[in-house]
Design a protein around this ligand. Structure first.
Ligand code: HEC
Length: 129
C-alpha cells in the first residue's frame, strides 16, 4: 500500500519532467529567449519584483488560456499604458518557444503553444488595430 502510494507520488511528480524531456530543445531555446527578453523584470524563477513586475508563477495569464497569454505578451498587456513593452517584434516561432517555456516552467498545466496559434492571434490583433 505504502509502496503503491509512493509510486503514484513519483509518477505525479514526474509527469512534468517527462513533457520537458520530450522537448529538450524547446526548453533550452525557450529559456534563453526568456533570459534575454523577460528575466530583467520577472526574474529567472518567475517571482517578479515587488512594486515593479508581477510574478509569473501563480499568474492567471500564464496558467490560463493560451490565446490570452499570447495576446498579452504580443501587446504588452492589452493596455496603452507603458508598463510592459510589446513583444510583437518576436517571430511566431520564437514566441511559441518562449511561451511554451513560460507555461511549462511557471504555469500549472504547461501545455505547449504552437507557431500557428501565435500567427492567428497576431493577425487577430492586427485586425483590431
Ligand atoms: C520592462 C519590464 C518587463 C519585461 C522585460 C517583461 N515584463 Fe511582463 N510585466 C511587466 C509589468 C510591469 C507587468 C504588469 C503590467 C500591468 O499590470 O499592466 C507585466 C505583466 C506580465 C504578465 C501578466 C502577469 C499578471 O499576472 O498580471 C505576463 C504574463 C508577463 N508580464 C509576461 C512577460 C513575458 C513572457 C516577458 C518576456 C517576453 C515579459 N513579461 C517581459 C514588466 C515586464
Amino acid at each position: 500500500m505504502a509502496r503503491a502510494f509512493l509510486l503514484i507520488l513519483i509518477l505525479a511528480a514526474c509527469s512534468g519532467c517527462l513533457t520537458v524531456i520530450d522537448n529538450p530543445q524547446v526548453m533550452v531555446d525557450g529559456r534563453s529567449l526568456y533570459e534575454r527578453e523577460c528575466l530583467a523584470c520577472h526574474m529567472s524563477n518567475g517571482g517578479g519584483v515587488p512594486g515593479m513586475a508581477p510574478p509569473l508563477v501563480g499568474s492567471p495569464w500564464v496558467a490560463g488560456g493560451r490565446d490570452a497569454l499570447v495576446g498579452y505578451v504580443l501587446t504588452g498587456g492589452f493596455s496603452p499604458q507603458v508598463l510592459m513593452s510589446r513583444f510583437d517584434f518576436l517571430s511566431d516561432q520564437d514566441m511559441s518557444v518562449l511561451l511554451t517555456y513560460v507555461r511549462k516552467t511557471f504555469g500549472e498545466n504547461g501545455t505547449t503553444i504552437s507557431t500557428d496559434q501565435v500567427a492567428r492571434i497576431r493577425s487577430e490583433i492586427n485586425t483590431l488595430n
